[in-house]
Design a protein around this ligand. Structure first.
Ligand SMILES: CC(C)(COP(=O)(O)OP(=O)(O)OC[C@H]1O[C@@H](n2cnc3c(N)ncnc32)[C@H](O)[C@@H]1OP(=O)(O)O)[C@@H](O)C(=O)NCCC(=O)NCCS
Length: 134
């Protein structure tokens, strides 16, 4: 079942200027795998982190580098979470994330869906009463 969704948009040029201007910001926001990508891809990854936070209810204390966007062969992006973000996901029972990124016309965007596997039916439940049963 879907536990949360998140979306974010980022102005690529403004974000790139901020990364250049603020010392240490790249390292604070991005894992080593994410650093050095083209500006639109960096901005989309920042949007992905914001979208993860929204999908988890944006509690205080999430660390930017506890979310990494990885690229699968063929280009599909996937999320990996650790530390503060993994702990919040566990609190909500979230066991998988789905991610889509896009960038065009100076804007980068990301959508995240946080999901948890449906609970197993209670032992002894009459299958006729279990809406998940075939
Ligand atoms: C709350 C927060 C998500 C708002 O994001 P923003 O970039 O400032 O603003 P955006 O325009 O993208 O989004 C605004 C919308 O976020 C939504 N929002 C606000 N609080 C939210 C929450 N706790 N959970 C989910 N969505 C929330 C609202 O719908 C709001 O729109 P509205 O004011 O019209 O209702 C942001 O301030 C925040 O806390 N970000 C997370 C920081 C963080 O944890 N970083 C580490 C990530 S791993």
């Amino acid at each position: 079942m879907i536990v949360g969704v998140g979306i974010d948009v980022v102005d690529v040029a403004r974000f790139s200027r901020q990364l250049e201007r603020v010392p240490g910001l790249v390292e604070r926001l991005f894992t080593s795998d994410e650093q050095g990508l083209p500006p639109a891809s960096m901005a989309a990854r920042f949007a992905a982190k914001e979208a993860v936070a929204k999908a988890l209810g944006a509690p205080v204390g999430l660390r930017w580098t506890d979310v990494t966007v990885r690229r699968l062969e063929g280009g599909r992006p996937v999320l990996e979470v650790s530390g503060t973000v993994a702990a919040r996901a566990a609190e909500l029972g979230v066991d998988s994330f789905h991610l889509s990124l896009s960038h065009d016309a100076g804007i980068a965007s990301a959508v995240v869906v946080a999901e948890r596997a449906d609970p197993a039916p209670a032992p002894g439940l009459d299958p006729g009463l279990d809406p998940g049963a075939a």
